[in-house]
Design a binder for this molecule. Structure first.
Ligand code: PEP
Ligand code: MN
Length: 355
């Protein structure tokens, strides 16, 4: 439920609404807006009797949020949420952001080289997994903490903010120390204790759609993060399981405009896991941007043939550079632009040595 205050509602009137909501056994989230404050009521599962707040002085209107997800919905917040990973690297605004890098961090040399090539081509952020959720326990599981240190080095060398996955609560705290954005992968989209944990960490979260999750499931999972107080969530369409064997997943582009209608959170596309096939990544990355995605996340490897994971879907650096040029053209055709790489004074400087 949302309580919209009158334009000139006083501090005392807002406090009284908050106190009444708390007396009713719920939590209150005051949200000051440009012209008036809205107070959100959270903690309910179903319709709440609004008669007590409706009659309070300063209350203009009470809105019942009809969706099962509350804080994630556009009913709750009309304007897009902007999620910032670094100055100028913002999701949900006019510009689209390209996150690129290898599936896994493999060595210092590999990740620094990957960061340099993707930055030179126009990426705004670096990806790379240090903790890898693999289908087989015998496959490469990632380098763990040393991998996070390598990502931090790559950021110092290039100025690119880092996105990397956490597999569990302990890992989430560790990732938060090194990265600019905590990725929650498809397999963990419904790991509610992990979602709650990242909801309590003050870091942007990239939440990927589960491979058998509906769009509503994705939004409900995001609600877990927002319910804990973290509103910095970027959603990601990464393909869902289908009966077709010719692609790894079915890249559900329709999810992009659907989410944008239902939620104020930004949504990006992952055509790498969405297709699983290198030569399909490029057309589907173009399509994601054309469909209105706020960005893409693309696997790029300096030497895909020798990658320790997902080499077959990783772009070669020159392919990625061409793709960025194409994404610029598509963005401009729909009134957007690719965000420029974040400013960087150079390795070894104060800005470069951040974190
Ligand atoms: C990844 O981004 O490397 C990854 C494992 O993705 P997903 O969780 O979408 O499978
Ligand atoms: Mn991968």
């Amino acid at each position: 439920m949302l309580i919209v205050m009158e334009n000139h509602a006083t501090r005392e009137q807002i406090d009284r609404v908050v106190k009444t909501i708390e007396e009713m056994g719920y939590s209150a989230r005051p949200m000051p807006g440009e012209t008036r404050t809205t107070v959100g009521l959270v903690g309910n599962d179903g319709r709440v009797d609004s008669s007590r707040v409706e009659s309070l002085p300063g209350v203009a209107e009470v809105i019942h949020v009809s969706k099962p997800y509350k804080q994630v919905s556009r009913e709750w917040k009309e304007k897009n949420t902007i999620v910032s990973l670094a100055p100028g690297v913002e999701f949900g605004g006019t510009d689209i952001v390209i996150i690129a890098g290898p599936c896994s961090v493999e060595s210092e040399k590999q990740i620094v080289e990957a960061a340099r090539v993707v930055r030179a081509a126009g990426a705004g952020a670096l990806r790379g997994g240090a903790f890898k959720p693999r289908s087989s326990p015998y496959s490469f599981q990632g380098l763990g903490k040393p991998g996070l240190e390598m990502l931090a080095l790559a950021r110092r060398e290039t100025g690119l903010p880092v996105v990397t996955e956490a597999l569990d609560e302990e890992g989430a705290h560790l990732v938060a120390e090194y990265a600019d954005c905590i990725q929650i992968g498809a397999r963990n989209m419904q790991n509610y204790s992990l979602l709650r944990a990242v909801g309590r960490i003050n870091k942007p979260v990239l939440l990927k759609r589960g491979m058998a999750a509906t769009i509503t499931d994705l939004l409900m999972s995001a609600e877990y993060i927002l319910a804990e107080g973290n509103t910095q969530v970027i959603l990601c369409e990464r393909g869902i399981r289908s009966f077709d064997t010719l692609t790894r997943n079915l890249f559900d582009l329709t999810a992009i405009p659907i989410v944008q209608k239902l939620s104020h959170l930004p949504i990006i596309g992952d055509p790498s896991h969405g297709t699983g096939l290198r030569d399909k990544v490029i057309p589907m990355a173009r399509a994601a941007v054309a469909a209105g995605a706020d960005g893409v996340i693309v696997e790029v490897h300096p030497d895909p043939d020798h990658a320790l994971s997902d080499g077959g879907q990783s772009l070669f650096p020159d392919q990625f550079a061409r793709l960025v040029t194409e994404l610029r053209a598509i963005s401009s055709a729909i009134g957007r632009d690719v965000a420029p790489a974040p400013e960087f004074a150079g390795a070894g400087t104060a800005a470069g040595a951040r974190a």
